[in-house]
Write a protein that binds this ligand. Structure first.
Ligand code: HEM
Length: 249
């Protein structure tokens, strides 16, 4: 077997790193836009239908769905090279996480001491891998569902996303799946961006504690917005912005 020389191997790893990093950033940006689009349900069914219908009529939704599926697959393939493949390795990861979690206990909260308890970075990486595994499964299901909804008349009265079918789906039993997906996606995206920024040198301009706070701000802001949206989709909360469109549906 011909052994690959070091420089091409290093270059190949750099390409993998760039593809997984850039596809991850594109997906994170899409996710924030997506949260705003799904969040249109906060104005009621009419606002949601108007936005979905406009994006479909202008042929923005259809290519976006295909593009996002391609990005999702590219990111899953290139980033999953870091997921431990063997069961034995996964057990080692679990034991490592347990050990690291314990070692962080009792870290003194002294002024001037580092903002991080020890091993936070390693714990973030471990949870990045775990949430990624959940997203591959639940995200694939969601993308197939959305592909069917946007391109076929399988759901609802017409081809395309409609508030009535979305509400029926979430209320009818998909809300736990979306709750888990939402938590995993928001964690994975905000920590992914933080780790990408550190990896590519943002730490030279901004302190790590500042980057960490930005990561937490993104995580909590979008998670809270997502939870309110999910509560409306699941029928636990009336659309709080319905008065904007005078929508009582
Ligand atoms: C292909 C493009 C996508 C479209 C058109 C789309 C559309 C939708 C729609 C209409 C909903 C409302 C629930 C439903 O109708 O079943 C929703 C919810 C959701 N989607 Fe997507 N989605 C897309 C991609 C993704 C991706 C890639 C992810 C993450 C892996 C994702 C994560 C979520 C989450 C977490 C929710 C629940 C949001 C909440 O309740 O706050 N979506 N999506």
């Amino acid at each position: 077997m011909v052994k690959q020389s070091e420089p091409p191997q290093a270059r190949q790893q750099l390409v993998y790193e760039l593809v997984s990093g850039l596809s991850g950033i594109a997906l994170a940006i899409f996710m924030w836009g997506h949260m705003i689009l799904v969040g249109s349900i906060l104005t009621g069914e009419r606002g949601f239908n108007w936005l979905a219908g406009t994006l479909e009529d202008l042929y923005i939704a259809q290519p976006t769905v295909i593009g996002v599926i391609a990005l999702f697959l590219a990111h899953a393939v290139f980033a999953s090279r870091k997921i431990p493949a063997q069961l034995r390795e996964r057990r080692q990861l679990r034991d490592l996480a347990k050990g690291l979690g314990q070692s962080g206990k009792g870290w003194p909260n002294v002024a001037g001491a580092p903002a991080f308890s020890p091993h936070v970075e390693s714990m973030l990486w471990i949870w990045q891998v775990r949430t990624g595994m959940v997203i591959v499964v639940l995200g694939s299901f969601h993308l197939v569902l959305m592909g069917l909804d946007v391109f076929t008349p399988l759901f609802g009265e017409r081809i395309g996303i409609e508030a009535a079918t979305t509400l029926e789906r979430v209320r009818g039993g998909l809300w736990p799946l979306y709750a888990i997906l939402l938590l995993c996606v928001e964690f994975h995206a905000s920590v992914g961006l933080y780790r990408f920024a550190i990896k590519w040198g943002a730490g030279a301009r901004l302190k790590r504690s500042v980057l960490h706070r930005i990561e937490q701000l993104l995580f909590w802001a979008i998670l809270v917005f997502g939870v309110i949206t999910l509560a409306v989709l699941a029928g636990w909360l009336e659309p709080p912005l319905a008065f904007l469109l005078g929508d009582n549906t």
